[in-house]
Ligand binder design. Sequence first.
Ligand code: SAM
Length: 226
Amino acid sequence: MTTSLTSRIRRVVTVLRRPMKTDYWTIRFWERHYRTGGKSGEGSYGRLAEFKARVIKDILAEHEVESVVELGCGDGNQLAMIDYPRYVGLDVSPAAINRCRDRFSADPGKEFHVYVPGAKLGAAAEMAVSLDVVYHLIEDDLYDRYMRDLFGAAAKLVVIYSSDEERSSQWPEVRHRRFSDWVAREAPGWRLAERIDQLYPYVAGEHETSWSDFFVYLRSGDSAAH
Ligand SMILES: C[S@@+](CC[C@H](N)C(=O)[O-])C[C@H]1O[C@@H](n2cnc3c(N)ncnc32)[C@H](O)[C@@H]1O
């Protein structure tokens, strides 16, 4: 074996052995937030949550969805407003997952697991849902991993409720992403089937308004992001 081949193999082995990155500012932020009594945010309560629930109910009925995985399920308040069929909720925050397990302990149709980015997801469903999460993914590699896991978890439908533009923000936990570009580039087996505009569009300083719209993606071919 030549020295360069030996050193190349050594490099590959080193990369494979490198521990998975799990220490993200985003994850620490949300765990601290929930551990100190925080909630999922204004978008998961009141009229915004009612709007989200109404739209999702329509999507579930229209596409006859039988199983759902949510990536970033939060404190479960939004979830309580939606009558999902079989449901798996995943979140990076163990405190949020514990709250959901307590709240829905009597419901055998729901299960909850801590999501570790980069680890095998271990959940798949007909529909994968991301509600008010994409613009909270601060680190680029965390965002990329999240999008891959989201599309990789869905057999036929992905629903994203988020802003869809590159824009900075005054809040450290918010980074707007033009995720539709990511989908076009990285998930060619998926097509945007429908966009449902926000009923209460964002107005700076006004409560219960939001920059998120609904984007419904359908699997259009055999290839998909993974
Ligand atoms: C604004 S809350 C929305 C919660 C819920 N989807 C809802 O609509 O009520 C954002 C959630 O995303 C979670 N989150 C942040 N980064 C994540 C990631 N990389 N993967 C999964 N969940 C994440 C947070 O812990 C938090 O619960």
